[in-house]
Design a protein around this ligand. Structure first.
Ligand code: 5RP
Length: 275
């Protein structure tokens, strides 16, 4: 919770001490604060997405389209620019959701068979650290997202201020998503917990009984780690465990991140220059 929001909640609690009528006022005010916070985050996502599309997409490019809620704004803007500027753009999706977004917006859909090399990929993230290491996969699409980002000359991240972090784990508390072959989810969970500590949970579906099943027909584990690690090494080590398909750790992949901020600005962070 941001400091401003905490202070606001303290004021509301003081203004409406406990009685039945004041409790109802308090619930109403808290509801309004919550919806104002949601609106602010949505505005921030939109500003980051529009800025990234305007700064990184040009005519005759192949563009990777990420997944999640922030990317929806990027596709809106991309479609607007294609219409207004008559751009010739080909889109490669990172998920079923991204494919649908591309089709619904009337954009040109392609794939890695026809376009194995992309000019730019734009995608959201669950957390972005000071060096542009990312946690991705909150929406369960990490494997295709990593493949598409890996095929792109330039990988751009779009996010709101809640994802901006000094070190992974400061903001995102749900852990690192890891896609696994279903038969291996128990041994993989045990190996990760034994070797790296923390807690590993099979991600369960919300409107379906049983686990989340990915676009690749696999399961997702969420690894709640206990401490900061060398993420490049951890990513490599987890990928070596039989049954692991991919991790949501994106290290040294993103070149730029656009954060929509609470004050209405867009903050741009570039990756450190690698030796
Ligand atoms: C999906 C992802 C998303 O990009 C990530 O979860 C961010 O989503 P949102 O834009 O909804 O915050 O990695 O697998």
């Amino acid at each position: 919770m941001s400091v401003q929001r905490w202070v606001l909640l303290r004021h509301v609690s003081a203004a409406f001490p406990s009685s039945p009528s004041s409790r109802s006022c308090r619930t109403h005010v808290l509801g309004s604060i919550r919806s104002a916070a949601v609106n602010m985050a949505e505005e921030a996502k939109k500003r980051a997405a529009y800025c990234a599309v305007d700064s990184n997409v040009q005519n005759n490019q192949v563009v990777g389209v990420g997944s999640g809620s922030t990317i929806v704004y990027a596709v809106d803007r991309l479609a607007e620019r294609v219409r207004e500027e008559k751009l010739n753009i080909v889109c490669v999706p990172t998920s079923f959701q991204a494919r649908q977004l591309i089709l619904q917006h009337g954009l040109t859909l392609s794939d890695l068979e026809r376009h194995p090399e992309l000019d730019v990929a734009i995608d959201g993230a669950d957390e972005v650290d000071a060096e542009l290491a990312l946690i991705k996969g909150g929406g369960g699409c990490l494997t295709q997202e990593k493949i598409v980002a890996g095929c792109s000359k330039y990988f751009v991240v779009i996010a709101d201020y809640r994802k901006d972090s000094e070190a992974l784990g400061q903001q995102w508390k749900k852990g690192v998503p890891i896609e696994v072959i279903p038969m291996a989810y128990v041994p993989v969970s045990r190996m990760i917990a034994k070797r790296f500590g923390g807690e590993v949970n099979l991600r369960m579906a919300v409107s379906k009984a049983g686990p989340v099943v990915t676009d690749n027909s696999n399961f997702i584990l969420d690894w709640k780690f206990e401490r900061a690690q060398n993420w490049r090494e951890v990513n490599t080590a987890i990928k070596m465990i039989p049954g692991v398909v991919e991790t949501g750790l994106f290290v040294n992949m993103a070149q730029q991140a656009y954060f929509g901020m609470e004050d209405g600005s867009v903050k741009v962070r570039k990756a450190p220059i690698s030796e």
